[in-house]
Ligand binder design. Structure first.
Ligand code: SF4
Length: 323
């Protein structure tokens, strides 16, 4: 099978060095033919992102916010990626939004005063530095856009290649610019990465983190306690930890939901509230991230619904078909 037709193995020199010392890094990035030697399902729309796309490269599911998928490549491919129907494969293999496509997105934003927050994601938006600059420069002129957000994993994958001058310029595009770091294991917090985080703070970013529960990587209290505490001490507010999206190639990473709730309940007892992220389900076929309670409440695991009150089957985390 060619690399164009499936979500290929892709790593960086930094990760390859780290993987010699860390099983977690190896597990997160090593292609596993036993589970992954299948074509990418480019038709999949796991989180309704394709059906909620007002124009190419955007996702709009919520009032006031627009997600811009600036790039469809990453410095490295995480084997549990929920967007592996698009990242590096299929029709979007061209890799990034072109300047004319970004102009269309900017026009769309300029014409909708109900939008107040623009979120750059991907793939990884740092793989399209010119595109980031194009979007952020235009946002300086738009008074109705109050908050900008960048979601990236690039600093953990290739810290030496982060363009600090660009990041410094982007941080000033609005008074409030969030930088969300996707990080899943404390081994990713190398001295270079910690130094970068300190630089980002000095540039004025508000720093948050997002993580995914991963079997065989961060499926225990001590690992997550270590990671969240380090992030908290570095000035990064842990924001979300997700249940891993189940598709055929990622099932091996999906944790037992009860274990996740138990771990979060124990963490809540041990951590400052500011170091403790929201545990969320991004429900396939539904809308909105549902926050999971801890075991400090008695609750019925078999019943959950999304923001539109669609009932969900908790065994498959899918919308229950009517009739
Ligand atoms: S960095 Fe994000 S988008 Fe890229 S492969 Fe990893 S999880 Fe997917």
């Amino acid at each position: 099978m060619t690399d164009e037709s499936r979500f290929a193995e892709k790593t960086t020199l930094h990760l390859r060095n780290l993987a010699t010392k860390s099983d977690a890094i190896k597990t997160m990035y090593s292609f596993n033919p036993e589970f992954e030697d299948v074509p990418a399902d480019t038709g999949r729309d796991l989180l309704n992102e394709k059906t909620n796309s007002p124009l190419f490269g955007t996702v709009r599911k919520f009032d006031g916010r627009l997600l811009v998928l600036l790039s469809y490549t990453c410095a490295a491919n995480c084997r549990y990626c929920e967007r592996q129907d698009r990242v590096g494969v299929g029709l979007d293999r061209v890799g990034r939004l072109r300047p004319d496509q970004i102009d269309d997105v900017i026009t769309y934003i300029a014409n909708d005063p109900s939008l107040y927050e623009i979120i750059l994601s991907g793939g990884d938006p740092l793989m399209n530095p010119k595109g980031m600059e194009q979007v952020f420069d235009s946002m300086r002129e738009l008074d109705h856009i109050k908050v900008l957000r960048i979601h990236t994993r690039f600093p953990m994958q290739s810290p030496q290649q982060v363009n600090l001058d660009l990041m410094r310029r982007l941080a000033t595009a609005k008074p409030t610019v969030y930088l969300s770091l996707h990080i899943d294991h404390p081994d990713e917090l190398t001295p270079e990465v910690k130094e970068l985080i300190r630089e980002f703070r000095a540039m004025g970013y508000i720093l948050i983190s997002q993580s995914v529960f991963l079997k065989g990587v961060n499926d225990d209290v001590e690992t997550l306690h270590d990671m969240f505490l380090q992030l908290f001490q570095l000035g990064v507010r842990p924001y979300y930890i997700y249940h891993c999206q189940r598709i055929v190639t990622t099932e091996r990473f999906e944790m037992d939901f009860e274990d996740e709730v138990r771990i979060m309940s124990e963490l809540r007892e041990r951590m400052s509230g500011l170091a403790f992220p929201q545990h969320v389900l991004d429900l396939p076929g539904a809308r909105g991230k549902v926050v999971v309670p801890t075991n400090h409440w008695k609750w019925d695991r078999s019943v959950v619904h999304d923001f539109d009150e669609l009932p969900l089957d908790t065994d498959s985390w899918k919308v229950i078909e009517e009739g």
